[in-house]
Design a protein around this ligand. Structure first.
Ligand code: LLP
Length: 459
């Protein structure tokens, strides 16, 4: 008997789990006959094999049908994360406004809208997506962002959104002007910058005074007075967002304590503050994640946010993005070549930094797992790289993986948020297709781009 090396299985239930697939001829329950075709690797001397599935669908089947690189999302995982998030805040009146920037596919927006979710948008484009995904969505839309144009403000006024999170004195003046011109009144919160440090990557930390975001909290009262003096603006809330991928929840509590203090001061100034928008930012465990830990972290997050707001009697708005979508998506890629340069091992795959830029841009870590597990495979340290002509084009560096061969499939986990939305056509690479799985059903929610799509607007 060969000694088998214990390899940890990296799973993301309920979205991505390993299931045994058996070869024809091996004892297969009648209900499962035919599935072996889904894993072509099984024919080469395997009776059964652990194959990564999205819900009930083996990923090799999706790769065969739709090609790679391919984004695959689990509808059940999205629903469960949304519900866990919602449940964690049950003690406070609240609305979850999913942050569209994390993944703006129309089918995903529709799925969330059906659960009662609202949306946080940061551009006219995101607003249009939300409105076309769900007709009644506007009344649960908050509009964030430091550079909203007059055209975007006007579109949002006409749509009748819930709240404008205003980030500067100039924007406040522009909003008042647009509201007057459209004869609409604009519900306003000022996004305050609480000067709280969040432990995260510097590119996605936003709550310090040196960042471009928000209004210094000490200047807020004066600006609220200005807002209240405009007939077309209605002061309705205070908003804050301190950054993204924040694991230690204490900075959320600190920021909320400062916001709570401001709300008391504003109320004593005579303003009606109904909403506190706590922004997004809850991090996920990219390494060794498990569903139980997510539920615990969302509960700890809810506690940190809610505690300072006790007795304030406000309606809380939350703008999670990553924590709802991240673990629900994976990027499936095929090994094109193996190569060794002076003994350093490279696995060259068909997904690249244009498909998933997080490793290149933030040095982000994503777990990578062979789709068909071979527990006997020796482990080796490799760089997983794409075909793009940049040294920064890697999905993982110095990563220990079971040895894979050319043609094998790999799954890059936790790619549901800030994956496809940040993709580009660099090196004239068409962007991947996206599919949404719900138990046994598979829907293409975005077709793979063709080279002709890339050239369409060029003259
Ligand atoms: N609200 C506002 C105002 C935001 O700026 C953001 C994210 C969110 C909510 C959602 O934050 P989340 O819950 O997803 O952390 N591309 C980066 C992340 C950029 C986040 C930008 N703002 C990444 O891949 O890590």
């Amino acid at each position: 008997m060969t000694a088998r090396m214990e390899s940890p299985r990296l799973e993301r239930p309920p979205g991505f789990v390993f299931r045994e697939l058996k070869r024809a001829g091996a004892r297969i329950p009648a209900s499962r006959k035919g599935r072996e075709k889904a894993c072509p690797e099984l024919v080469e001397g395997w009776d059964s094999r652990s194959v990564l599935h999205c819900e009930e669908i083996p990923l090799p089947r999706l790769a065969e049908q739709f090609g790679t690189p391919l984004y695959v999302y689990s509808a059940t995982a999205i629903r469960e994360c949304y519900r866990a998030f919602d449940a964690a805040f049950h003690e406070l009146p609240h609305t979850i406004c999913y942050s569209v920037k994390a993944n703006s596919n129309l089918s995903i927006l529709r799925l969330l809208a059906k659960l009662g979710c609202g949306f946080d948008v940061v551009s006219g484009g995101e607003l249009e997506r939300v409105l076309s995904a769900h007709r009644g969505a506007a009344k649960k839309v908050v509009f964030s962002g430091v550079g909203k144009t007059r055209a975007e403000l006007t579109a949002a006024l006409k749509a009748g959104i819930l709240l404008f999170n205003v980030e500067s004195e100039s924007e406040l003046a522009a909003l008042a002007e647009c509201a007057q011109a459209t004869r609409e009144s604009a519900p306003v919160a000022l996004r305050v910058n609480p000067d709280v440090a969040a432990k995260t990557h510097p590119y996605i930390s936003t709550g310090l005074h040196q960042h471009k975001f928000g209004i210094p909290i000490r200047d807020a009262r004066a600006l609220y007075a200005r807002a209240a003096s405009s007939k077309s603006l209605i002061v309705r809330g205070v908003s804050v967002h301190i950054g993204s991928q924040i694991i230690d929840v204490s900075p959320f509590g600190e920021a909320m304590a400062r916001v709570a203090e401001l709300v008391r001061a504003l109320r004593s100034d005579g303003y009606k503050i109904e909403f506190i928008d706590a922004g997004g930012g809850l991090g996920i465990a990219y390494e060794k994640a498990n569903a139980a830990e997510f539920s615990e972290s969302v509960v700890a997050y809810a506690r940190a946010i809610a505690e300072p707001l006790r007795d304030l009697n406000v309606h809380l708005l939350l703008e999670p993005g990553r924590s709802i979508l991240g673990p629900a998506g994976a990027l499936i890629t095929t090994v094109i070549y193996r190569k060794a340069n002076n003994g350093k091992q490279f696995v060259v795959v068909d997904a690249a930094m244009n498909d998933l830029i997080r490793p290149a841009l933030y040095g982000a870590y994503h777990e990578i797992e062979p789709v068909c597990l071979d527990d006997a495979a020796p482990r080796e340290v490799v760089d997983v790289v794409g075909p793009i002509c940049e040294t920064g084009d890697f999905l993982a560096r110095g990563r220990e993986l079971p040895r894979v061969k050319e043609g094998d499939l790999l799954a890059v986990l936790d790619a549901g948020a800030y994956g496809m939305v940040l993709s580009s056509n660099y090196n004239s690479r068409p962007r991947p297709a996206e599919v949404l799985v719900s138990r046994k059903s598979v829907k293409v929610i975005r077709r793979r781009e063709k080279i002709s799509d890339l050239m369409r607007n060029e003259v």
